[in-house]
Design a protein around this ligand. Structure first.
Ligand code: PLP
Length: 416
């Protein structure tokens, strides 16, 4: 193990466990690129023993202030007591069973009552369950096959959506075609090239591709998409899996950009770490939804549903959206001021609740990787290749602690 920093943090055991793990798991390069290889190997812990509030403890006993929040699901904080208690109460009654528990009805009614564009809802486990189901419903509804997506957008793990071609049959992705983000001309072109064939558009409310500035969908871009869809009688599938609960309290269709989704995919924050995702749709989509195949052994598991009900309750009651916006703004101000004081040029883009940091003149992200590594070695986890997430468990004092570390590391970077 080579470390790029003298041991401010000792992560010896982390790397021993990592080596053991690599011997028995083939996915090191891909899945666990989310772990040590997401940065310079040697800077970040690999395995943890505890996650609580906004802090992680690793196998060497170090604690970290975490701004990745499990890649989005943790919106109230790790191990939120009320959510955990609701889950435990359901778990005591049962979870997987031959018939669904009543909590399924309660959650469905709650979700349908919550979002104006929802006349019905179904639940799965991961976001990918929902984006794949949405494409199926759109194709069934229109009798057409082509799905248009923004180039570079991530919509999940399933074969139609994967960003890398390995293991995907040649030709499988022919029905997935792209346009450029906020590029009205390319939207017109994409519809023109596939005239009469378009089942729908899958869109996130803002661009959150790794390594790029974040950008909200412009009103002109959304209008061009709706114009194309209207001509095709196609379906707008909104992928709100990452942005849901963090860019708007009641959904991205309220952002004022004119999004009128027929189907919306939710996941991540909905369960605060419990595995649950939802597809909601309008009445116009109901018949198509009733005609497609959708099944999974654990889709009706009751414990995550009870957790989700508690999450929605806490989220609304404690005005979590307003709180994470205020926290996110404090973090943005702190990081921008710290970078500027050190004379380091950065761009801090995206919603403050899930921002992305990029260094100027750093096309390969080397400086960013170095900076996040320096921060991790001082106990603060920022991600160099993915947007960060803010949760309700981050207090002002936590943010100030993180900003102090960020500032120290900007100074170090400025001197290198
Ligand atoms: C925008 C977006 N869509 C879909 C997905 C897929 O969700 P999951 O990883 O839960 O399958 C993700 C996950 O990161 C996402 O960010």
């Amino acid at each position: 193990v080579t470390t790029s920093e003298p041991s401010l943090t000792n992560i010896t055991r982390s790397y021993e466990t990592w080596e053991r793990f690599r011997a028995v798991n083939p996915l090191g390069g891909i899945y666990y690129s989310r772990q040590p290889a997401f940065t310079a190997y040697g800077d970040f812990p690999t395995f943890i023993t505890r996650a609580e509030g906004c802090r992680l403890t690793d196998v060497d006993g170090n604690t970290y202030l975490d701004f990745v929040c499990g890649y989005g699901p943790i919106i109230l904080g790790y191990g939120h007591p009320e959510v955990q208690a609701a889950a435990a109460r359901q778990e005591a009654k049962g979870n997987a069973a031959t018939f669904p528990f009543e909590v399924l009805l309660e959650l469905t009614e709650t979700v349908v009552g919550r979002w104006p564009h929802a006349d019905w809802a179904v639940f799965g486990k991961n976001g990918s369950d929902m984006t794949t189901l949405a494409t199926r419903v759109a194709r069934q509804h229109t009798g057409k096959e082509v799905i248009l997506v923004a180039e570079g957008a991530y919509h999940g793990f399933d074969t139609w959506a994967v960003p890398f071609g390995a293991g995907v049959p040649a030709g499988h992705r022919e029905t997935i075609q792209v346009f450029g983000w906020n590029d009205v001309e390319s939207v017109h072109d994409a519809f023109e090239r596939h005239r009469g064939l378009v089942a729908g558009v899958m869109l996130s409310p803002f661009r959150h591709d790794a390594g790029k500035d974040m950008e909200f969908a412009s009103a002109e871009f959304v209008a061009a998409i709706h114009e194309g869809l209207d001509a095709e009688a196609g379906v707008l599938m909104l992928d709100d899996i990452r942005a849901g609960f963090r860019v708007h309290a009641t959904g991205a269709s309220h952002l004022g950009t004119g999004l009128r989704p027929d189907l919306v995919c939710y996941g991540k924050a909905m369960g605060n770490g419990h595995p649950i995702a939802a597809l909601v749709g309008t009445d116009a989509m109901r018949e198509a939804a009733s005609g497609v195949y959708f099944s999974g052994t654990h889709f009706v598991a009751a414990t995550p549903m009870a957790a989700a009900l508690a999450v929605l309750d806490v989220y609304d009651r404690e005005r979590v959206f307003d709180r994470i916006v205020a926290t996110g703004e404090r973090l943005r101000r702190g990081i921008e001021d710290a970078a500027s004081a050190a004379g380091v040029g950065i761009r801090y883009t995206g919603p403050v609740t899930m921002p992305t940091l990029l260094f100027d003149n750093d096309p390969g992200s080397e400086r960013l990787v170095r900076w996040t590594g320096l921060c991790a070695r001082r106990g603060v986890i920022f991600h160099p290749r993915h947007n960060w997430f803010v949760s309700a468990a981050h207090s002002d004092a936590d943010v100030d602690e993180a900003v102090a570390v960020a500032a120290e590391c900007f100074e170090l970077i400025a001197r290198e």
